[in-house]
Design a protein around this ligand. Structure first.
Ligand SMILES: Nc1nc2c(ncn2[C@@H]2O[C@H](COP(=O)(O)OP(=O)(O)OP(=O)(O)O)[C@@H](O)[C@H]2O)c(=O)[nH]1
Ligand SMILES: [Mg+2]
Length: 603
């Protein structure tokens, strides 16, 4: 018989990036009496080092609070589109979502993506118009926009009955009336309990748990995290993990449940709860853990396909091995394979013949974060330019993803933007002239155009432009255009960069190195003004004559350079170039280091 576990609610918080999900979870912790204000750092769920540094959520994480005797398991999800797989994974555990929408920005592309996923799973929705303390907040207009989006995604009048709350997540305050908040978050918690259905289970089925996340503890080893769909299990039970390639017997060594941002041990777990089970080493996300007598796999979690691919390989530079401790390609492959176990939206394929690995994911930012984690762990590696994964239709025609791109910027920059997007096979749809001499332009552009263009856009608009892209769909390939409309300045020898040599090159383009930097043959030391590559000698010193003293002539003044971030470097390199990444340095180089090799290849 189908029953309900009325003691539990499972809820995910979803939104576009930065709309305040993680901050709201802090507020919910405080409201439930877990922590007093100021007792903990802000955004406690952003526990990863990179998450804290960048102030963004990268992986979806579970936590739990007790509200009026009911346990609410909450999943804080990331809002950045590249981590969309994490949202899909998180939604596999819940019956309802809180859709946060920034009261000034309104619904943005990722709001649509996450809401679409939630509606497809028929989850209960609670709308929270957040950050109504913003000076530019326009809560009523934003609510209308959210209704429009809801009705567009699900044209059913019932959508207008969805509960709406107004909120200042940062102050831990919400209410039904935007002009009179309650001063706390009880209304949101009450709504969660009232609106989100409790998890259902079949009391005739034996234990079944769907693994939706993996963790690791030095003490307990691998942790399988997920929702108990049916039945119950206790510590020391003998169970089986049904994976894609067979059944793995296991004995439960420990069971834990979420308690605030951490967990507590328990002897028995029941249906509907989200639990942490230890005792199985070889487990993947999507596996079912169930009884040995009646092993029945649940449907695996559905995740959208990867859209971007990037090559990872060992560091080919002559400076390899000086700054990192893991340098061999087998180590790199092993590390990436482990990543794919934890990270449902990435796929890792070893390339026969050339010792490299292709990693496929949902965006170049997601892949850059993997590179960043690896360099912090002491890896050295080379990575190539991210490329968009193309598809073929049933007639064998090549298709590519096309994005709707919305740009908002001062009118004076509209010309250069139109010109650059036209060169990248983008079509303009319309332009509106707004107040304060700004324009809103809409384009359809190939996704591959946006990889390098984002950085140029920021430079071209002096940081005054905003762009948002959302996938339109796959269309016929629009033809080739260069990855980048400039060439590279390539060092023709190894040595050390010298002020005199660099000064002579400044007229040729934008330099990436400063005097004293180590240089090697094939290293890219700058961006050439023209479309072709130029080899040069950045180690050149002034010829000494017996007439003058050397010291005086070396005192040239160079234009200051801003070092490239890892993400900028990845988006900058062309197909035949690599980014060399070590724990301490980011350098760029040609895949073929010597001029001779490159010449032979070009013939
Ligand atoms: N004005 C205002 N700012 C807020 C409020 N809540 C959060 N913020 C700010 O919004 C920014 C983003 O907050 P987060 O909680 O990290 O947003 P998020 O939705 O978790 O972001 P991602 O997980 O990266 O998608 C931070 O700078 C917060 O301080 C609020 O109620 N009012
Ligand atoms: Mg967050």
């Amino acid at each position: 018989m189908i029953k309900k576990n009325t003691q539990i609610r499972n809820i995910a918080i979803i939104a576009h990036v930065d709309h305040g999900k993680t901050t709201l979870v802090d507020g919910l912790f405080r409201q439930s009496g877990l922590f007093a204000k100021g007792a903990l750092p802000d955004r406690i769920m952003d526990s990863g080092a990179i998450e804290r540094e960048r102030g963004i959520t990268i992986s979806a994480k579970n936590c739990a609070i007790i509200w009026k005797g009911i346990k609410i398991n909450i999943i804080d999800t990331p809002g950045h589109a590249d981590f969309g797989g994490e949202v899909e994974r998180g939604l596999s555990m819940v019956n309802g979502v809180v859709l946060l929408v920034d009261a000034a920005e309104g619904p943005l592309p990722q709001t649509r993506f996450v809401l679409q996923k939630a509606l497809a799973l028929e989850l209960a929705v609670i709308i929270v118009i957040n950050k109504i303390d913003r000076q530019d907040a326009r809560p009523q207009e934003v609510l209308e926009e959210v209704y429009d989006l809801l009705l567009e995604l699900n044209p059913d009048e019932a959508m207008l009955e969805v509960p709406v709350l107004y909120c200042i997540g940062r102050d831990g305050s919400c209410g039904l009336d935007a002009n009179a908040l309650d001063g706390d978050l009880h209304a949101l918690l009450d709504t969660m309990v009232a609106v989100v259905p409790p998890p259902e289970y079949d009391d005739e089925e034996p234990f079944q748990m769907l693994v939706s996340d993996l963790g690791y503890s030095d003490f307990l080893g691998r942790l399988a995290i997920g929702k108990v769909i049916n039945g119950s299990a206790g510590t020391h039970d003998s169970l089986v993990c049904v994976s894609e390639d067979g059944q793995i017997p296991l004995r439960v060594t420990r069971l834990q449940c979420y308690d605030g941002p951490t967990f507590h041990e328990t002897n028995r777990v029941g249906p509907g709860d989200i639990v942490v089970l230890s005792g199985v080493e070889k487990v993947s996300i999507g596996d079912t853990i169930c009884t040995r007598d009646n092993p029945k796999a649940l449907p695996r979690i559905n995740i959208d396909e990867p859209t971007v691919a990037m090559q990872f390989g060992k560091n080919i530079s002559p400076l390899a091995g000086k700054e990192g401790k893991h340098v061999q390609s087998t180590k790199i492959y092993e590390r990436l394979r482990k990543e794919a176990l934890q990270n449902v939206s990435i796929k890792v394929e070893r390339n026969e013949g050339d010792d490299t690995v292709t990693v496929k994911g949902r965006g170049e930012f997601q892949l850059a974060i993997i590179v960043e984690s690896m360099r912090r762990e002491g890896f050295e590696l080379c990575v190539g330019r991210p490329t968009i994964i193309l598809k073929k239709d049933e007639h064998g025609k090549t298709l590519e993803p096309i994005e709707y791109l919305r740009i908002d910027c001062p009118e004076i920059y509209s010309g250069i933007i139109m010109e650059k997007l036209a060169k990248r096979k983008g079509y303009m749809l319309d332009i509106t002239y707004n107040a304060d001499e700004r324009v809103t332009m809409r384009f359809e552009v190939p996704a591959r155009a946006l990889i390098g263009y984002r950085d140029e856009f920021l430079t071209d608009t002096r940081g005054n432009g905003i762009m948002h892209a959302v996938l339109k769909g796959y269309e016929e390939y629009r033809g080739d255009f260069p990855d980048r409309f400039s060439g590279s300045l390539i060092s023709d020898r190894s040595g050390t960069a010298v002020a005199y040599g660099l000064h002579g090159l400044e007229a040729r383009g934008r330099l990436f190195v400063v005097p004293g930097d180590p240089i090697y043959e094939g290293m890219i030391i700058g961006e050439h003004n023209r479309e072709i590559d130029l080899t040069c000698n950045p180690t050149r010193t002034k010829k000494l004559t017996n007439m003058r003293a050397a010291g005086k002539d070396d005192a040239v003044t160079l234009t200051p350079i801003s070092p490239m971030s890892l993400e900028q470097a990845i988006r900058f390199v062309k197909d035949d170039e690599y980014v060399e990444v070590t724990p301490k340095s980011i350098r760029l180089c040609k895949r073929m280091l010597t001029a001779q090799q490159r010449k032979i290849h070009d013939r």
